[in-house]
Design a protein around this ligand. Sequence first.
Ligand SMILES: *Cc1c(COP(=O)(O)O)cnc(C)c1O
Length: 431
Amino acid sequence: MPHQAIHWIFSYIWLRFVVENNTKTLLEAANTSLMANYRQPQMVMVSGRGSWLKNSEGTSYLDFSGGIAVLSLGHAHPKLARAIADQAATLIHTSNLFYTDKAVRLAAELCKRSGFSKVYFTNSGAESNEALIKIARKHAYLKGDKSRTQIIATHQGFHGRTMGAVSVTGQPKYHEGFGPMLPDVVFVPYNDIESMRAAVDERTAGVLLEPVQAEGGIINGNPEYFKAVRELTQTKGALLLLDEVQTGIGRTGTFLAKEWLGIMPDACALAKGIGGGFPLGAMLVTEALANSLPTGSHGSTYGGNPLACAAGLAVLQTMDEENILHNVNTQSEKLRAGLQAILNDNIQAAGVAACTELRGTGLLLGLKVNPELDPMSAIAACREEGLLLSTAGGDVLRFSPPLTVQSFEVDLAIDKLRKALPRTAKKPAST
Ligand SMILES: *Cc1c(COP(=O)(O)O)cnc(C)c1O
């Protein structure tokens, strides 16, 4: 019936008009109202499911950025969504004036799985690292060792953006214009035990390390190095502090990376994967530090609120029920093999090999881009193919998909990457 056909055509045109106008309005609002500290592409995400993200135009993307290694259960996992909705309708917040059932249960679960004795909850990775710095100094102070204030961290390390966390971040670009930094911070090269031996002394409160330098470019920690640092800090009376914000909660194939490093640190920082996307972080400490943040010495209004902790509990429970650690290891092997094949095939872009090195562990893998090429152009080409990635260390393509990623999605990602990589452009001449 021609009349009906005309109706459908007009409906379609109207719908396109609304959709496009909606996106245009949102992008205009983004450009006028949001600060320019990030670098988003000109699109607006509106929904997600599993490993997929959808924008306001209805285009779907395979999300291997994983919310920057946050999505333990993928987007919109029904169990996580239900736990958050139920808790929101029951009790969102009390402040830490009171215990809540969810915080108490999550703390007990974390202790059980990690071997640590006590938990302090935060809302982010930076805050968890702030807590590490503060407890290291307070611990020494309470023992009467008041000159033990130094924190040793590593070049290329990353611990967050608050003043304390950024002060122990070993990348000058994050310090620029924000000085002066926190005093008594020393940086040494990563995975280099001799430099560490030379740095640790009777003034060292704590040594802060990432099991894998993630933001620094996906550099794996060497277990022998970590064992040696563990021994050294023990001998010198300093604490060993692990930043497991990115590596923790199954990301590198074990619940915490300290398991494959083969060490027990004095304390560790968590965030990212622990809430599956809901803002939540934690500091875990051993029995020796159980009383090193005495009543009133540190705190947070939101930290460990029941809504966040309900999300954390749902993440841990679902990881068990769906055997997600097993999936991490299976998909890691598959993704690694696919990336290795891309390296072996020596895919060319602008007349040079597009990628030069495969790095990382578990579902935290990196492909180093040829220094002659512009990594952001590779990210853009992947996006055109429908694959979302982030960079690490400026020149590494980071693969940190949801821990629930499926086999066919890994295949698809490799396919898309193969199509996109040849379109990587040369670096602009000036940089
Ligand atoms: C992301 C990250 C942080 C900072 O976490 P925020 O939640 O952004 O504050 C700290 N340390 C490591 C290792 C990280 O990957």
